[in-house]
Ligand binder design. Structure first.
Ligand SMILES: C[S@@+](CC[C@H](N)C(=O)[O-])C[C@H]1O[C@@H](n2cnc3c(N)ncnc32)[C@H](O)[C@@H]1O
Length: 438
């Protein structure tokens, strides 16, 4: 154990303060992505890492907080403690990083950075010293028997998983409690996967191909052995590569766009799958998105990847309505629907804190509205791929069954259906429909 100095340009105590405040924002209902987007670029990596870990280790850190402060501490103190304890728990897991006394000292200094924690220096010091002895005892033997499920999910979420996955629900949560690896999608308009892997290797970055997920072959996925900032990736700003989970790379592979085809990406932002489709074929693309702010991310990504052309339209509109549509039907439609995002918790550990049980019903209604409208815009013999990043069957297989029952002309083709999270893939759902006849 060392007093490791990282490349961060922010003292650890300040990073702890900002991360604790970010955790507080999540507890009051804001998305962590939105909160992190407001930070200065030099603050973001360390604050993201600390706040993500605090949320991932929530159950264990709160067992310890409860043990040493039986009466709940004020939220600001609780959040600061949860960030610091997650640091202990990580150090215990990988044996690298900050020494216990550094974490305690920096967390105590962090109390001074915020008026709502200033008074609690003594309490924070005492709790963290005791916690460090349990998590990182001097003899190296952990005396702390953690909850078998390390990650927080609300009771309704856990019950849903148990109901649908009676044998595997715990392994789903274990997979999601781990830090997700960095996975790339090579822009095949610029490089083959082998060529780009060689470029990475010349830059001292080790990677391995992800050949397939759920039986679907992937041509462009590479997993890095350890994450690096995107600025270190060769050619990133010239569009050589994007960061995208391997499970998300199935969409373009399943829809298999061909040059000249007219394709609708009905829920496009931030544009990861739009870009992948355009990397595979010179199709006529309409990338539609309801949220104006998110829409600009689609354009930004297409700019970076050099995929804009007069055949590509990035449009603001509601896919459950036809007001934006010029009436020309599509050969292929990607419907990557708004959903609970319960499959991507490894990359967004704030999601279980933000979702409410009632969200699932209202999301189901939205998904059905978009499915219905999209089907009307598809050519006869055309293909529609329905996708969610959810592990709840209410948003996946139940929707596909409902849709097929509504439309006698919807033929289901081969697609993986539910994909559960693994080391290289988030949880996704894929159903592919062909429109028969007229
Ligand atoms: C799962 S995300 C799409 C991710 C994207 N396909 C990608 O790979 O980068 C769903 C998107 O649908 C958008 N959305 C939600 N309701 C919509 C609607 N009625 N019409 C169009 N877009 C919608 C959301 O704002 C969100 O950006």
């Amino acid at each position: 154990m060392t007093d490791k100095k990282t490349s961060l340009s922010l003292p650890l105590s300040e990073a702890i303060t900002i991360a604790a405040q970010a955790v507080g924002e999540v507890m009051s209902g804001r998305s962590l992505t939105e909160v992190l987007d407001e930070l200065e670029p030099h603050e973001r990596p360390i604050v993201q890492s600390l706040s993500f870990d605090a949320l991932r280790k929530w159950v264990r850190s709160h067992e310890l907080i409860k043990q040493f402060i039986p009466k709940n501490p004020p939220p600001e103190v609780d959040h600061l403690l949860s960030v610091a304890i997650a640091l202990f728990l990580n150090e215990n897991a990988d044996g690298k990083g900050y020494a216990a006394h550094t974490i305690v000292d920096q967390a105590v200094s962090a109390c001074d950075n915020y008026d709502k924690t200033m008074y609690a220096k003594g309490l924070v010091n005492a709790v963290l010293r005791k916690a460090s002895l349990v998590v990182q005892p001097a003899d190296g033997e952990t005396r702390f028997a953690p909850d078998p499920i390390p990650m927080f999910v609300p009771p309704w979420w856990r019950a849903n998983l148990k109901r649908h996955y009676s044998k595997t629900w715990q392994s789903i949560l274990f997979a999601q409690a781990k830090r997700a690896p960095l996975i790339l999608r090579v822009n095949q308009k610029q490089y083959s996967r082998d060529q780009y892997q060689a470029l990475l290797s010349e830059s001292g970055i080790t990677s391995a191909p992800v050949e397939e997920v759920a039986g679907v072959k992937l041509a462009a996925a590479l997993v890095l052995s350890s994450p690096v900032p995107v600025s270190d990736l060769p050619g990133f700003y010239a569009g050589a590569v994007s960061v995208q989970d391997a499970g998300a790379q199935l969409a373009a592979a399943l829809l298999s766009p061909q040059s000249g085809e007219r394709v609708l990406d009905a829920c496009a932002a931030p544009g990861g799958k739009t870009a992948h489709l355009l990397e595979l074929a010179n199709c006529e693309m309409v990338a539609l998105e309801l949220d104006g702010e998110r829409l600009s991310k689609v354009s930004g990504n297409l700019d970076r990847l050099r995929l804009h052309s007069d055949k590509v339209q990035v449009l603001r509109g509601d896919a459950s309505k036809a007001s934006w549509w010029d009436g020309r039907p599509f050969d292929k439609i990607l419907l990557d629907a708004p959903c609970s995002a319960s499959g991507i918790v490894a990359r967004h550990p704030d999601i279980p804190f933000l979702r409410r049980e009632a969200d699932i019903k209202s999301l189901q209604q939205k998904q059905r509205g978009i499915l219905e409208q999209a089907w009307k815009m598809l050519k006869p013999e055309g293909l529609m791929l329905y996708v969610t990043c959810s592990v709840f069957p209410e948003e996946g297989e139940e929707q596909a069954i409902w849709f097929a029952a509504q439309h006698g002309n919807a033929l289901r083709l081969g697609a993986p259906g539910q994909i559960l999270p693994t080391d290289v893939s988030d949880g996704f759902y894929y159903a592919l429909f062909k429109k028969n006849g007229q």
